[in-house]
Design a protein around this ligand. Structure first.
Ligand SMILES: [Zn+2]
Length: 402
């Protein structure tokens, strides 16, 4: 059994220990010490990292009462000097004590229990027994949590007797069969927990709920504490300043201005579409007059730059109103598209035309005998696709004449 120094002192970062055993873990050298400050991943808190005799410790976990320290390379047996990465440890302490404060604050303001929690490398979460959650509730819980930070109350580590335990208003049940360790935040919370904690709530710094999502009958809240909250604020402040400067508006008007820009953009898009469709009338007449004919049937082919299916349909409708014809229209761009259409009195089945093209082109789409539409893979040249379709139409018309 390794002596777990971190249970009674979250703040010690260096220690001297003896290597009592060494093993191999997934090809890495690992040691077991007689005592350790390295926290193993457990109870939702991440493991510590650091150095043993200047060899990096890359993972720490518990296995049957032994703490396994996985190292980057081999180390010789004997007495070793160890230090944990304090910045990482203190971050975990801020997130963990912050989580206890937030969980109890949500009980007090929203009467919602924490079902589970997780303290991650990037973000931390708690799952609460609610199906909905609002911005108002988030602000209320945050205000209460941060009030406990400002009060700067002591955080105690307790090892109560069974009798003492009975009288404690515990937030959750302690695990059976183990000596119970309680984290007591004075005036706020009693929770069974094996994690490393700040000694006063003031050290946690800001507690901020970043967002939430529905998760199968519960709500998962994402939160940041301390330095992570500061980093998040710095990053958001940078973004807000950049947006406010590029739009030349005050920070407080960003929401309203972006809304106006979006509406303006929608209006402009509609105008551009209306104008393009007006232009289609002239283009339709030009294409109709200039096209090739076969046995009195006009066969019109055209590839529109950046033409979408709705654009091609609009142009097709204008051309068809000019007279009897077969239309083979393509749209180039990121998603090449096509619309084939023919007048009702032309005896061509456009589904058959499409079937003939399918072996040679990566094409998706369908329709009826007088109208098919769809998309062609970007690997295919849309102009070649349209010309091949034209050849197929010529072949069909000439076979009808034979
Ligand atoms: Zn805990």
């Amino acid at each position: 059994m390794t002596e777990l120094l971190y249970l009674n002192d979250s703040y010690a970062a260096t220690f001297t220990a003896k290597i009592v055993d060494s093993i191999t873990v997934d090809g890495n050298f690992a040691v077991i010490l007689d005592k350790t400050l390295f926290y193993p991943a457990s109870g939702g808190q991440l493991h510590d990292t650091g150095f043993i005799n200047d060899v990096p410790v890359i993972n720490v976990y518990e296995d049957g009462g032994r703490i396994i320290h996985v190292l980057e390379r081999d180390i010789s047996a004997g007495t070793v000097e160890c230090r944990i990465d304090w910045e990482r440890r203190f971050d975990h302490m801020q997130q963990h004590t912050g989580q206890h404060i937030l969980s109890q604050s949500i009980i007090r303001t929203e009467d919602a229990e924490t079902i589970s929690s997780s303290l991650g490398e990037e973000c931390s979460t708690i799952d609460i027994d609610r199906e909905t959650f609002s911005m108002e509730q988030a602000v209320r819980a945050e205000d209460e949590a941060n009030r406990w930070v400002y009060l700067n109350v002591p955080v105690h580590v307790l090892y109560p007797t069974d009798k003492e335990l009975e009288g404690m208003p515990l937030r959750k049940k302690p695990p059976a069969g183990k000596k119970t360790r309680i984290i007591h935040i004075e005036g706020l919370d009693y929770s069974p927990c094996g994690g490393t904690h700040c000694s006063r709530t003031g050290e946690v710094g800001v507690i901020k709920i970043r967002g939430w999502e529905k998760m199968r009958g519960k709500i998962r809240l994402e939160f940041y504490c301390g330095r992570r909250a500061l980093k998040d604020y710095q990053s958001k402040n940078r973004i807000v300043n950049a947006v406010s400067s590029s739009l030349s508006i005050q920070e407080s008007n960003i929401e309203e201005s972006v809304q106006k820009l979006l509406e303006g953009n929608k209006f402009l898009q509609k105008n551009v579409r209306d104008l393009s469709y007006k232009l289609f009338e002239y283009q339709a007449q030009e294409l109709y007059n200039a096209c090739e004919q076969f046995g009195g049937i006009r066969i019109i082919t055209h590839v529109m730059q950046e033409g979408s299916i709705p654009d091609l349909q609009a142009l097709a409708q204008k051309i068809r109103s000019c007279g009897t014809c077969v239309l083979l229209l393509g749209g180039s761009g990121e998603k090449p598209a096509f619309v084939f259409s023919c007048s009702d009195n032309v005896s061509i089945n456009l589904q058959d035309v499409l079937s003939e093209l399918k072996p040679d082109f990566d094409v998706k789409g369908g329709g009826g005998p007088s109208m098919v539409q769809g998309g062609v893979s970007v690997q295919n040249d849309i102009s070649v696709f349209i010309n091949t379709a034209k050849q197929a139409v010529f072949d069909m018309l000439s076979s009808q004449m034979d």
